[in-house]
Design a protein around this ligand. Structure first.
Ligand code: AHR
Length: 495
């Protein structure tokens, strides 16, 4: 077969699109915060030092939720260091990245930035070097109005109204030996249950995310999830997944088909969570938070042990290609396909660190290739997700065997139908869309990310070398090799 066929029906519903799927991540790492979102003295910084050129791009990206302040950073972080008068804040050695943390930017600066960016905060607590008491005190500082020591301290710091943060992460990657304060599944499960219990005593309306495995290749994967949930099932609402795809690991076809891996990973975590639910005889179903995901040239990472201690080092500032952007678009398709249970996503990270937005200190900000599929999926994927029936030519990969070269999903929002599709193969493939189940339709926009050179990137010197193409949508499309597409149609009212 050389042609792909995609059939859609309004009855094939996966679930609603949760806007939290289009989240991102700001960690105190490298130049994500300092000279990324925050750079006092920059010509485009506001009076608080927030870069307005970056804020403009973040709003254009359509990010909905932002996880903060880490990542590995959070596991030795004292949130108290980052609040109160800036002149009194300590300069600390950050143990995760062996960087100097000035603490010039902290919780209240982040919340001001989040309001300007129009994003919901997703706050992580330190369960590496700290425990339930400090986590509960942070919820008290953020969410209680007044009348307790921590709430009154926030008011003293000039923030009269509570931040009212809904979504909280119980630590970060606690199974990873690189993590400061890493634990066994039993230890972490118990700690997560205790911290979650205390945090919900402060504010019962918060939602909690327990750490799943750091990735599906960890030796304890699945056993970790089961053990943690056995201990903390009643306290937590979400289980986290992290996954990064390295273009330089293995064969290129496998990299292009990375979404096959994500599909299997999500299915495996759901099966594990539901197994624990059955054993515990609970009715609540755990939802998933894919709160770190992206393409990452991880084999180029210089480990913290192999670097000197630096102030604001340029860490993992990968330049992304057209192929990387197609993979990011495909990962978003996979996330939408699981929208009934996977309802939080955080692309890691937002600025400079393996990010859709790059900056130079004192200079411009620009969109990387991966910016485009994210921004358009966040803009267009609304309403409910529809599961297409899809047949497609196969491509051979080293890691996953033969897999369909075309992948797709669709969303229906009122009378707007949008199909998201990728060709992850190296030959052009005609795609036929069968929309008969909807009656009549009118064409809308067809957005394409493709290039004759799939390895092309945007740079500070050439910030718009890779952009989107746009034409009218049709039901007969030729998908160029290694390309990402969004096709919208307006459905006509049935007579
Ligand atoms: O996003 C970079 C790092 O990757 C995060 O700090 C950590 O959680 C993950 O291993």
């Amino acid at each position: 077969m050389t042609v792909a066929r995609l059939t859609l029906d309004p009855s094939f519903v996966v679930g609603p699109v949760d806007r939290r799927l289009f989240g991102s991540f700001v960690e105190h790492m490298g130049r994500c915060v300092y000279t990324g979102i925050f750079e006092p003295g920059h010509p485009r910084a506001d009076t608080d030092g927030l870069r307005t050129d970056v804020l403009d791009l973040i709003r254009e990206l359509g990010v909905t939720t932002v996880r903060y302040p880490g990542g590995n950073f959070v596991s030795a972080y004292r949130w108290e260091d980052g609040v109160g008068p800036v002149g009194d804040r300590p300069r600390r050695l950050d143990l995760a990245w062996r960087s100097i943390e000035s603490n010039a930017f902290g919780l209240n600066e982040f919340m001001r930035w989040a309001a300007l960016a129009g994003v919901e905060p997703m706050m992580a607590v330190n369960l590496g070097t700290r425990g339930a008491a400090e986590a509960a005190e942070l919820v008290e500082y953020c969410n209680l109005a007044d009348g307790t020591a921590a709430a009154d301290l926030r008011r003293k710091h000039g923030v009269a109204r509570p931040h009212d943060i809904r979504l909280w992460c119980l630590g970060n990657e606690m199974d990873g030996p690189w993590q400061i304060g890493s634990r066994t599944a039993e230890e972490y499960g118990r700690l997560a249950a205790q911290a979650g219990h205390a945090m919900k005593r402060v504010d019962p309306s918060i939602e909690l995310v327990a750490c799943g495995s750091s990735d599906a290749d960890m030796p304890t994967f699945a056993a970790w999830e089961a053990t943690v949930l056995e201990q903390a099932y009643d306290q937590v609402d979400y289980l986290s997944l992290h996954t990064y795809y390295d273009p330089e690991r293995g064969d290129e076809a496998s990299f292009r088909a990375s979404a096959v891996h994500l599909d299997g990973y999500v299915d495996d975590v759901l099966a594990t969570a539901d197994h624990v639910r059955a054993r515990l005889r609970r009715s609540k179903r755990i939802r998933l938070a894919l709160d770190e995901w992206n393409v990452w040239y991880k084999s180029r990472l210089v480990e913290p042990e192999d670097r000197g201690i630096e102030d604001t080092p340029a860490l993992i500032e990968d330049d992304f290609t057209v192929t990387d952007a197609m993979v990011v678009g495909n990962l978003l398709i996979s996330m939408l396909r699981h929208a009934d249970r996977l309802t939080v996503g955080c692309q890691a990270q937002l600025v400079n660190i393996i990010a859709p937005i790059r900056t130079t200190p004192g200079g411009p900000a620009w969109r990387q290739t991966i910016f485009h599929p994210f921004a358009q999926t966040a803009r267009l994927a609304r309403g409910t997700v529809l599961r297409p029936a899809l047949t497609a030519p196969l491509m051979t990969t080293g890691r996953y065997g033969d897999v369909p070269a075309v992948d797709a999903v669709a969303t229906l929002d009122g009378r707007t139908l949008t199909v998201f599709a990728v060709n992850r193969g190296t030959a052009p493939i005609p795609l036929h869309l069968d929309l008969r189940a909807f009656g009549g339709h009118r064409p809308g926009e067809h957005l394409v990310l493709a290039n004759d050179d799939p390895h092309l990137s945007n740079t500070a010197e050439h910030p718009e070398r890779v952009t989107l193409g746009s034409s009218r949508s049709t039901t007969e499309v030729l998908l160029a090799p290694v390309s990402w597409h969004a096709l919208s149609f307006t459905l006509e009212e049935r007579q």
